[in-house]
Design a protein around this ligand. Structure first.
Ligand SMILES: [Zn+2]
Ligand SMILES: [Zn+2]
Length: 118
């Protein structure tokens, strides 16, 4: 088995036999010595969608369901990035938001009046 170990110095991919996993290898392009890690075993950090606690999970578990070590609720792994974007949206344009909603509403009322004769 061969896996792609990414060099921690230059970022180039080194095709590495699996028996070198966890062992320090020399990068083929820059010569930097780094520990070969299977990308599937990379740890990434995300926040629990229930309690907001920080969780570390392996890349291969991204998109799956796992129990949170803080609140013990089963939560989607790596899902929190999406919910933070949703939370940030109203903050960025608080003044333009009512203007956007008012126009379609009056248009909609006109359409409703035309259809139902109200
Ligand atoms: Zn390198
Ligand atoms: Zn939690």
């Amino acid at each position: 088995m061969i896996f792609n170990a990414t060099c921690t110095s230059c970022g180039s991919i080194n095709k590495t036999p699996s028996h070198y996993e966890g062992i320090s290898i020399k990068c083929v392009s820059c010569g930097h010595k780094f520990v070969a890690v299977d990308p599937k075993d990379y740890l990434f950090k995300f926040h629990c969608s229930r309690c907001g606690g920080r969780i570390e999970a392996k890349e291969k578990y991204r998109g799956t369901m796992a129990p949170c070590p803080h609140c013990e609720q089963v939560v989607p792994v790596g899902d929190y990035t999406m919910s933070t974007k949703k939370l940030q949206e109203p903050e960025s344009k608080p003044e333009t938001a009512p203007l956007i909603t008012s126009t379609p509403t009056s248009k909609l009322k006109r359409i409703i009046r035309r259809i139902f004769g109200q």
